[in-house]
Design a protein around this ligand. Structure first.
Ligand SMILES: [Cu+2]
Length: 699
């Protein structure tokens, strides 16, 4: 309840003390409110502890100059992935809460209020898609792509940093919604008319709108940057058909981002106009139509599925080939399949609303188009299997993820065929069957892929390997937890249990809900194991260093430099003469030595760090916060800061720094000397302590 003093709305907008979860929990201490207050407290305490630790160890300056303001694609990539892990932790805990609620709420109200439950599934979905999956894959591409192309950075380093900071700002809004106000109860897709102001008057939907809008603008920028990097910055001789598969899937993902994210931005902005200014784009009276929203949202939403999955396909291609010691089988068919998936993904969006009353013919056309995507996907699975065939397969952690993916993803694909048939979709739409299906696709098709990439490239980024034993424990928990948590949902969905249900009135669902709840806890154990693994790996890093840079006998150019790599990636830009130049040079006789000293060095120009991108991202988030709470003055000032920062930067001089050739030469020769002093090991010992980053270099 707001006080009607004239100053109040100008300073605090529509904020009232009731908007603090702590006040709500004090006045009405139900378990649901206490959980909300605890979550809010966790955000506040977490932020305070991080700030205190930074102050205690005097790391603020280091953090600011070396990381936050950095335009280096490697650091930006790592920061994206840090954001992804933080958000993954939150969204996974929310999933556990929801499963617990459903397990106890059988003919019983349970411990979460319906409203709280609605916020949980909305934040879980929004975070997992926009603030876990997207940052994870954008970070992975950011880190790896310039290396694989033989480039020194992304095409637009400053825009790269802005995209990161818009994402961080948007993720910050998601976190703020835990501490002040509430979140939307309208699901991750935010369908009107429910999300119109008449039905959702609170700030929740506005949090959703502005977080998603900032995130989608950041992703559009990232997409443009990735595509331009591939088109313009390939090393001499790096023809398209010589690129690594991960580079190909990055390119196709970026094209999807460029075309799929703007419809989402437009949809959320039109919804904002409906809410703030009483427009009627999506209401059925006064000329609007809710189907406009469904079409625009899924014009984004379906390609989004492939934005998420294609980079993982790229990671699996690298991992399967490396850990089978074979060239990728059917390279050309994999490239064509990737492009086919990218194109087809734009032709199927209507399958998200088969039941909304278009004609049977329209449904049939989109059903068939949907099933067609199974063909190129099948080609990929087939190619990976043939890559392993008669290969020297080593069951390392990334390879385990790839194998689990192949089996689980095919099962999920079959259930997708069921959903793609409109008559069958009528039976199971909006049930847990759908929830089971898309988790069945996205957990192996995104999360396993990103985790495989995390284990695969971690030694490159930090110079030491991740602990193998804890990696296997985490892997086991992910796989077991996944099957326990999601296969019961197929049964429940087929039995008619609606998705997003806070209380259950069918006692026969009980055993399945219990199993799913246990599964959720196993998944939580998986995430915890990853945390322990990181801690153990950092503790033992002295014995797992791989400075020579090539711990897995890799193929792509990223393995041809030191670990961690120098700021400029390549002392001398490589000349590409084949599909696996680094691998061939290592192994084929009569090829140039990949570790030979170059004949000459040149000065290298790298971008200087910039504070303006940080300012732009954070000011945009503050403007969004002002809009959410209707603190108009704050919103206007913050928007002006965004504009001012852009203008200021365009007048800035000295945006680059030159690293003199002598310094490059010194660093590079030092590393080459270290490589020559490093004992080479057979690749079968790659997970043993003797691996110093030079696997199978002796022919
Ligand atoms: Cu779809």
């Amino acid at each position: 309840m707001t006080v009607s003093a004239p100053l109040w709305p100008a300073v605090l907008g529509r904020f009232g003390w009731q908007d603090l979860p702590f006040v709500r929990a004090w006045e009405n201490p139900t378990i649901s409110e206490l959980i909300g207050a605890f979550a809010g407290a966790l955000v506040v305490v977490g932020a305070v502890v991080v700030a205190a630790l930074l102050t205690r160890y005097g790391k603020w300056r280091y953090l600011w100059t070396e990381w936050l303001t950095s335009l280096d694609h490697k650091k930006i990539g790592i920061m994206y992935i840090v954001v992804a892990f933080v958000m993954l932790s939150r969204a996974l805990v929310e999933a556990v809460l929801m499963r617990m609620q459903q397990a106890v709420a059988i003919e019983h109200p349970g411990f979460l209020s319906p409203d709280h439950f609605g916020q949980l599934f909305s934040t879980h979905g929004s975070i997992m898609i926009f603030f876990m999956a997207m940052p994870f894959l954008t970070g992975m591409i950011n880190y790896v792509l310039p290396f694989q192309l033989g480039a020194r950075d992304m095409a637009f380093p400053w825009a790269n940093s802005i995209a990161l900071w818009l994402t961080i700002g948007a993720a910050g809004l998601m976190m703020a919604s835990l501490v002040v106000g509430e979140f939307s109860t309208g699901g991750w897709s935010g369908y009107p008319p429910y999300t119109e102001r008449a039905f959702s008057p609170g700030v929740g939907v506005d949090y959703w709108i502005w977080a998603v809008t900032l995130g989608s603008i950041g992703s559009t920028m990232a997409g443009i940057n990735i595509a331009c990097t591939v088109y313009k910055l390939r090393a001499p001789g790096m023809r398209f058909m010589r690129m690594q598969m991960f580079s190909w899937t990055s390119l196709c993902t970026s094209i999807l981002m460029i075309f799929a994210m703007p419809p989402l931005t437009v949809a959320t902005l039109l919804l904002a106009l409906d809410r703030y200014l009483g427009f009627h784009f999506f209401t059925n009276d006064l000329g609007g139509n809710m189907m406009n929203y469904a079409n625009m949202f899924w014009l984004f939403g379906h390609p989004e599925v492939y934005i998420l999955i294609l980079p993982a396909f790229g990671v699996y291609s690298e991992v399967v080939s490396t850990f089978s010691t074979k060239d990728l089988y059917g390279y050309t068919s994999l490239v064509i399949a990737t492009m086919a998936i990218a194109v087809l993904s734009f032709t199927v969006w209507v399958h998200h609303f088969f039941t909304m009353g278009q004609s049977a013919n329209v449904n049939a056309a989109f059903g068939i188009a949907t099933m067609t995507i199974g063909v190129p996907t099948g080609v990929k699975i087939y190619d990976w299997i043939w890559t392993m065939f008669r290969g020297e397969v080593r069951f390392t952690v990334p390879m385990l993820y790839a194998l689990a993916f192949m089996m689980t993803f095919v099962l999920g694909g079959f259930t997708g065929i069921i959903l793609a048939m409109p008559p069958l979709d009528y039976l199971v739409h909006n049930t847990l069957f759908l929830v089971a299906h898309f988790h069945n696709m996205l957990i192996p098709g995104l999360l396993y892929g990103m985790l495989a990439g995390y284990h695969y490239w971690f030694p490159k980024a930090f110079g030491f390997r991740l602990d193998e034993r804890w990696g296997r424990i985490a892997f086991g928990c992910w796989v077991v937890g996944f099957y326990l948590a999601f296969f019961p949902l197929y049964v429940l969905g087929a039995s008619g249990m609606a998705r997003r249900t806070q209380a259950i009135f069918e006692p026969s669902f009980r055993p399945w809900l219990y199993v799913a709840c246990v599964g959720a806890f196993v998944l939580l154990a998986a995430l915890t194991s990853l945390g322990i693994q990181l801690w153990v790996s950092i503790r033992d890093r002295a014995s797992t260093r791989v400075e020579a840079g090539d711990p897995w006998d890799g193929r792509g150019l990223e393995w041809s430099v030191s670990a961690p790599p120098p700021e400029y990636n390549f002392a001398v830009l490589p000349l590409i003469d084949g599909r696996n130049p680094f691998y061939d040079h290592k192994h084929d006789e009569g090829q140039p030595d990949p570790y030979a000293s170059p004949s000459s060095y040149e000065d290298i120009v790298v971008p200087r760090g910039s504070a303006t991108s940080v300012v732009i991202g954070l000011a945009a988030a503050v403007a969004a916060f002002g809009l959410i709470w209707e603190i108009w003055g704050l919103a206007i000032v913050a928007l002006q800061i965004v504009v001012a920062a852009v203008v200021l930067r365009s007048f800035g001089r000295d945006q680059h720094r030159t690293i003199p050739a002598a310094e490059v030469a010194r660093e590079h020769e030092k590393w080459l000397a270290r490589v020559r002093a490093t004992p080479a090991i057979p690749r079968q010992l790659e997970t043993a302590a003797v691996n110093r980053g030079l696997a199978e270099i002796v022919a």
